[in-house]
Design a protein around this ligand. Structure first.
Ligand code: GDP
Length: 321
């Protein structure tokens, strides 16, 4: 059966920015009829997605993320790339408005005809924000954007989430490395493919020291047989110094790593995650809440083992029956 394509499909594929913005809004909607339309649209454009480099970017507030993305983005767009900037900011669920990807933070990139900037979807769980951002990546790629920058802030789980949807991950740090290294969670360092000491113009000597310390830390964290050995670089988002070096490293990464295999693995993991969520929802909707509470109380009080409690729900009996 071949139905007419979704009305946004053709304008989106021709690179129309308004169509892209509308398509992302549709995919962010939680109304069931919109969700169904968005899935139709996504499946129609999926064959045209994937032709981009997806770069995740993180760092503590104030490290210079928006300045960096603006400076790098303008350079790339001037050179003929089409650059999309997306954001994953779970805190926007609390504040009701996004602090990330805010257009006023990137004034030159915002008006560049080769760029598209979209703030973080707000509201919902990190999982919900992640799903909508993944879909936005697909839609931007289908609209012809060949560089996708996904920004997140250096807190909590959002780094892992962004690393799971991007080809490589860039960590911005500050020249005062000693303090800085202690502040960076080891988990975030482990995700980084490229570390950049930003604001190197403020204290060049400290920046060199910071770079050396980062290099040592990265060497210790990287397995010997890894296809890519993470690099530590220096840059200044303000003066533009070092930005070419960062982009060269992105290209070197793309050449060194089999991105097709990496993306296949990410997509499979994403499927597993959605399946777990869906299975959990289905289970919750079919289960007797009072029975769950009673069993939980039995386990807490030591009347049942946790395994017996779960078996009682899934099999309808306890092992001691
Ligand atoms: P974000 O919170 O990580 O997005 O950081 P911003 O991009 O908003 O930058 C925070 C402040 O640092 C701003 O005042 C920027 O102008 C400044 N800044 C960013 N990058 C640099 C840099 O490389 N050198 C200097 N001197 N200042 C910078």
């Amino acid at each position: 059966m071949s139905a007419a394509p979704h009305p946004l499909t053709l304008p989106l594929l021709s690179g129309n920015r308004r169509a892209l913005a509308k398509a992302i809004t549709l995919s962010e909607s939680t109304r069931p009829e919109h969700e169904a339309q968005a899935q139709t649209l996504l499946s129609e454009v999926l064959p045209r997605a994937g032709r981009s480099i997806r770069v995740g970017l993180t760092g503590v507030p104030g490290v210079g993320k928006s300045t960096f993305i603006e400076a790098l983005g303008v350079r790339l767009a001037d050179a003929g790339h089409r650059v999309a900037v997306l954001a994953v900011d779970p805190s926007s669920a609390r504040t009701g408005g996004s602090i990330m990807g805010d257009k006023t933070r990137m004034p030159r990139l915002t008006v560049h005809e080769g760029a598209f900037i979209r703030p973080s979807p707000s509201g919902g769980t990190l999982g919900g924000v992640a799903r909508r951002t993944r879909e936005a990546v697909t839609l931007c790629e289908a609209a012809g954007y060949d560089v996708i920058l996904v920004e997140t802030v250096g807190v909590g789980q959002s780094e892992t989430t962004v690393a799971a949807m991007t080809d490589l991950f860039v960590l911005l740090t500050l020249p005062n490395a000693g303090d800085e290294l202690q502040g960076i969670k080891r988990g975030i360092m482990e995700l980084a493919d490229i570390c950049v000491v930003n604001k190197a113009d403020t204290n060049p000597q400290a920046a060199v020291r910071a770079q050396t310390e980062l290099r040592t830390a990265l060497t210790l964290l990287t397995p010997h047989d890894a296809p890519w050995r993470p690099v530590a670089l220096r840059a200044s988002a303000l003066t533009g110094e070092g930005l070419d070096g960062v982009w060269n490293a992105v290209e070197a990464y793309r050449d060194a790593v089999d991105l097709l295999v990496k993306r296949q693995g990410q997509a499979a993991q994403w499927f597993d995650e959605l399946l777990r969520e869906a299975a959990w929802r289905a289970f919750q909707s079919g289960v007797d809440g009072a029975q769950v509470q009673a069993l939980r109380a039995d386990v807490a009080a030591g009347r049942l083992t946790a395994v017996q409690g779960v078996s009682a729900l899934l099999d309808g009996h306890t092992d001691s029956d």
